[in-house]
Design a protein around this ligand. Structure first.
Ligand code: MTE
Ligand code: MO
Length: 484
């Protein structure tokens, strides 16, 4: 409106701290967000990067759902408008951080574009024991880093506490260390997040069941590389030695310069039977750009977030990684915790994944002919920590009664090292419709897996709901109808 106060960019730039009050602009609007920032001490770091200036360029970077939330959040804080607003600033196309993204298989189901997040389509997710590279889900937080200009000069640096600073080329890794192949599933902790929002809203990508895949990863054992860098083989027994191994990726935030990073406990990194790999091949081919070329970490049995792609630095430390993704994401909380009262330091970073399974066929809302008595049902099951899947049960009546399934496994997995997923299938007997029934019969198919420690899945999503929508391992339900 005309009566609105008018501010210059210079006025806005004088408001960058709670003491000066925190102002930002979005399009032609000026907002005093001090109260918002103080209400969300943990969640304010992103918006604070824009303090005293425009939030618009930040929003070009981040996902749509975040943009919508921030837009709604801003509304009540409007204090005026910007003088001489001339529309969004044109960015130099040469600086577009997304201009180097690789091509992707058209069958991948996109959940966001920049960054690319795309899942394997439901019907093919468990079609084969090994997921082919081009339809393996992609979960990127940042732009894909450029390919090394001269691959021969690419280097991995290894160092940190009680380790010798060491540089290794790809050739060093391939020739000085034993090549190992490990079949392992990688699953995003956000897989099946879409079911959580039926309980209460969650923040995150709307993954269905396809943020998981199973591949043959080849490379060298992280343990061998750490030993090469002089890490004491008995480091885990030392009382004051390093406790964590950090992995830093080459992908960086175009605004802050922060790279993707995560860490795992040193026990996992040093154990020869945990099979943590620095992989340069996926299913016998050099890693593709989306999956971490030229080198990525694969931490079997652990949520995908710790399997750092494009890894260029490995650091031993007494402290856990302080990255955003280790400290302020990929943690699980009680359903009672929300974005207003979350204390990120109160929960540990998720490492080993819980037992899970999902139905991948038939898909939801499938209609089968009247008189159908059985239906083929299939899917995948997997548990973290190398715990094998010992059983998958399915139900055709919402979980009142259960039927057995046939399991299909990757051969040769060692005891306690079942890193691969298990596929399963069954010809499921449908409930007999009541004699007086009219119209289509609704059938709720359910699956649940049991792992080698006899852990099984919780029955409801509501009980495992958490604000970030991670590790949803509730019984998976698929509604279909019989007849019309
Ligand atoms: N590593 C880097 N450097 N950057 C990332 O964004 N995403 C992580 C992990 N490693 C990520 C990363 C997450 S959350 C997951 S689930 C897996 O990579 C996904 O691996 P994929 O894209 O090969 O399927
Ligand atoms: Mo993830």
């Amino acid at each position: 409106s005309n009566k609105e106060a008018v501010f210059t960019k210079g006025d806005v730039s004088k408001h960058q701290t709670p003491e000066q009050r925190v102002w930002v602009t979005y399009k032609d609007g000026v907002y005093d967000i001090t109260d918002f920032v103080e209400m969300h001490p943990g969640g304010s770091s992103l918006i604070m990067m824009a303090a005293g200036g425009a939030v618009d360029p930040f929003w070009q970077m981040y996902q749509q759902h975040l943009k919508d939330e921030v837009r709604t959040m801003l509304k009540p804080y409007r204090i005026g408008r910007l003088a001489d607003y001339k529309g969004p600033e044109r960015k130099d196309p040469a600086e577009d951080p997304w201009k180097n993204e690789p091509a992707r298989h058209p069958a991948l189901v996109a959940r966001s574009n920049n960054p690319c997040n795309a899942e394997t389509p439901g019907p093919v997710v468990a079609a084969n024991l090994i997921t082919s590279n081009d339809i393996f889900y992609v979960r990127n937080h940042l732009p894909v880093p450029p390919e090394p200009k001269d691959p021969a000069r690419w280097q991995l640096s290894v160092g940190g506490e009680e380790a010798r600073s060491t540089s290794l080329t790809l050739e060093d890794l391939k020739t000085k260390f034993k090549k190992t192949t490990v079949t392992a599933a990688v699953e995003c902790a956000g897989n099946r997040r879409n079911e959580m929002k039926t309980v209460k809203p969650v923040r995150g990508l709307d993954w269905d069941t396809g943020a998981i895949g199973n591949a043959n990863w080849s490379g060298v054992k992280l343990r061998d590389v750490l030993l090469h860098a002089g890490v004491d083989p008995d480091v885990c027994d030392s009382l004051d030695g390093p406790r964590h191994v950090h992995f830093l990726g080459a992908d960086s935030d175009p605004l802050t310069g922060n790279v993707y990073a995560a860490s795992i406990p040193i026990e996992l990194a040093m154990a020869s039977n945990k099979d943590v790999l620095l992989a340069y091949e996926m299913n016998g081919e050099p890693l593709s750009r989306d999956h971490g070329a030229p080198l990525r970490v694969v931490v079997p049995g652990v949520v995908g977030a710790r399997s750092v792609k494009w890894v260029t630095q490995i650091v031993t430390s007494r402290e856990e990684s302080d990255s955003h993704w280790q400290q302020h994401d990929y943690k699980g909380f009680s359903p009672s915790v929300d974005w207003n009262n979350v204390d990120w330091s109160s929960a540990p970073a998720i490492q080993e994944a819980p037992v899970t399974s999902a139905i991948t066929a038939p898909s939801a809302n499938t209609q089968v002919e009247q008189g159908t008595t059985t239906i083929p049902v299939r899917g995948y099951a997997w548990s973290g920590g190398g715990r094998d899947i010992v059983r998958v049960d399915v139900s055709a009546d919402g979980g009142a009664t259960w039927q057995g399934t046939q399991l299909h496994k990757v051969p040769g997995q060692k005891p306690g090292r079942a890193w691969a997923w298990t596929l399963w299938e069954a010809e499921v007997i449908l409930p007999t419709p009541p004699a007086d029934s009219k119209g289509p019969q609704q059938v709720c198919l359910v699956c649940k897996a049991t792992d080698a420690s006899y852990n099984t899945q919780p029955d409801s999503v509501a009980g495992v709901w958490n604000l970030r929508g991670v590790v949803n391992n509730a019984w998976h339900r698929v509604g279909i109808s019989v007849g019309n």
